[in-house]
Design a protein around this ligand. Structure first.
Ligand code: SAH
Ligand code: SF4
Ligand code: F3S
Length: 489
């Protein structure tokens, strides 16, 4: 049976006088035990605790993976720090757009300098960018300071790879590179360390089968596979016992949850089961692909007391012609109808989106269609991206790549309109009272705390650290662009 509670004890009980077990996660427990002894020696030698930094790029999936990696590092004996100048720094990379890769290289250059000062330092890389062979080849050539590289499919092998690097004489001076092409394996019951004690992301599925023509995710995250409902529920129950009041169910396309499992629940049914967990107060999920969003899901959201009235519904483009070229499998009309249905059933739903500007072949007319959807839907907020050519995706070899100045001008026009609409919507909510989950003391002004409404809006209001993790009613007093100022009622 899956049990997320006693992982530390299970690791303590592992017998390291035998050879490592074959089955997972026990095999990783074995290497964690070995590394615990190693880190104790290192700590004594240095006369201070070892420190590790996990630096995350990219989406919520990566953020959740980083929590798992931090959990393993903590279990091994590291203190977790935000400072990259630590004894061990692990970069969890993203490659969804070219600028994500550039950011990682900037940090790696800096890491080289840290290592000159502290030659014992371990520098590691993992995540989506490591699934691209040309990037690995470049790193092997230009960044010899890197000690370990692993990918998205063997992330659960982290402790084993680290043990290979630091405990095995043969690997000590070599770069350990271990990247798998794909996997169907899902390893449960590994340690993790949540960023917030009161809320957490939770993977319900991995990978993506949609192959939108611009997107690299299916190539670097592999085929879609869902976790068993009982494993998901067991993990959430354990989180709730540990103080979590809000969960966000994570998947690249949550609406197709369960498709690879026998007799599984639909996503809407899974939500109903999550709703039944006592002590859990709020449920969110992302991302919803518009083509798979069912009426059943809308009804479950409507009837639920815990599912937040918030939906991230990526549009990508308002032009049916481009949506076809993007392989999105819905039209502008389908999308608008879906939004209409959602608003009719759940009038206070906050809808957010992702939009790409400058997809190959985008004409002024196509762009006008996108602006039209923005005008009609009136998004609460939107992430806007300039199209980035990703090697190996079908869109990369499409003709008519759009010149940069044209894209930039369209992007600015779109952004300006989205901000105006966001501001109008925010003003319309002033005076309302919202339930706010308090996240932290405000970083600029310590007399304020910061939290999120059910619609996922940020609110700052007077309060102190004792409120962190609580859900409190707050009246929205003033809109400041991307956040509100409020007061407790
Ligand atoms: N699975 C999610 C999101 C994945 S990536 C979904 O389908 O919505 C997050 C966002 O990055 C996408 O929604 C898309 O808007 C953007 N994106 C993906 N590939 C891109 C590319 N090549 N260029 C620009 N933006 C891209
Ligand atoms: Fe990429 Fe499309 Fe999959 Fe989202 S649904 S991850 S955009 S391929
Ligand atoms: Fe980036 Fe990988 Fe997420 S490419 S957006 S970190 S799935």
């Amino acid at each position: 049976m899956t049990d997320y509670s006693g992982i530390d004890e299970k690791i303590r009980e592992i017998d390291i006088t035998c050879p490592p077990p074959e089955q997972e996660p026990e095999r990783q427990y074995y290497f964690i035990r070995l590394l615990q002894d190693w880190s104790r020696e290192q700590t004594e030698r240095k006369g201070r605790p070892l420190q590790a930094c996990v630096k995350t790029f990219g989406c919520q999936m990566n953020a959740r993976d980083s929590e798992k990696l931090s959990g393993i590092l903590k279990c091994i004996g590291y203190e977790i720090t935000e400072k990259e100048e630590a004894d061990l720094t692990l970069y969890n990379t993203c490659t969804v757009r070219e600028n994500a890769n550039q950011k990682v290289y900037g940090h790696l250059g800096q890491a080289k300098k840290y290592k000159e000062k502290n030659p014992d330092m371990l520098t590691m890389l993992c995540g989506c960018m490591m699934q691209e062979p040309e990037e690995i080849a470049y790193i092997e050539k230009s960044f010899r300071n890197v000690d370990i590289i692993f990918g998205t499919h063997n992330i659960f092998k982290f402790a084993e790879l680290m043990a290979m690097k630091v405990l095995d004489e043969k690997s000590r001076d070599k770069m350990v590179v271990a990247v798998w092409e794909d996997t169907t394996e899902i390893v449960e019951e590994l340690p993790n360390r949540r960023k917030y004690f009161f809320k957490s992301g939770i993977n319900i599925m991995f990978g993506c089968n949609n192959f939108c023509s611009y997107c690299i995710v299916p190539y670097v995250r592999g085929r879609e596979r869902s976790r068993e409902p009982e494993d998901i529920l067991a993990e959430i129950r354990c989180m709730v016992q540990d103080g979590v009041v809000e969960v966000m169910l994570l998947g690249q396309n949550v609406n197709s949850y369960g498709k690879n499992l026998d007799n599984s629940l639909s996503f809407a049914q899974l939500l109903q089961r999550v709703e039944e967990i006592p002590g859990l107060e709020r449920i969110r999920f992302m991302t919803s692909h518009p083509k798979d969003l069912s009426d059943e899901l809308i009804q479950v959201m409507k009837e639920s007391r815990k599912i937040c009235h918030q939906l991230h519904l990526p549009l990508q483009s308002g032009s049916s012609r481009l949506l076809k070229k993007m392989n999105r499998r819905y039209t502008k009309e389908d999308y608008l109808l879906l939004v209409e249905k959602l608003r009719a059933e759940i009038p206070d739903i906050a809808i957010t989106t992702d939009i790409i500007v400058g997809f190959p072949g985008e004409t002024e007319e196509d762009f006008a269609e996108t602006m039209d959807v923005v005008e009609k839907v009136k998004y609460d907020s939107a992430f806007t991206f300039i199209y980035s050519k990703r090697t190996g995706t079908p869109a990369a070899s499409m003709e008519e790549q759009i010149p940069e100045p044209v894209v930039k001008e369209r992007f600015q026009r779109l952004l300006a309109r989205i901000q105006e609409i966001g501001a109008e919507k925010a003003r319309a909510s002033l005076g309302q009272t919202e339930q706010v989950l308090v996240e932290e003391v405000n970083r600029q002004d310590a007399s304020l705390v910061t939290g999120r409404t059910g619609g996922n809006y940020l609110v700052h209001f007077p309060g102190d650290a004792s409120l962190i993790g609580q859900i409190v009613p707050v009246r929205l007093r003033e809109s400041k662009g991307f956040y509100y100022l409020g007061e407790r009622v």
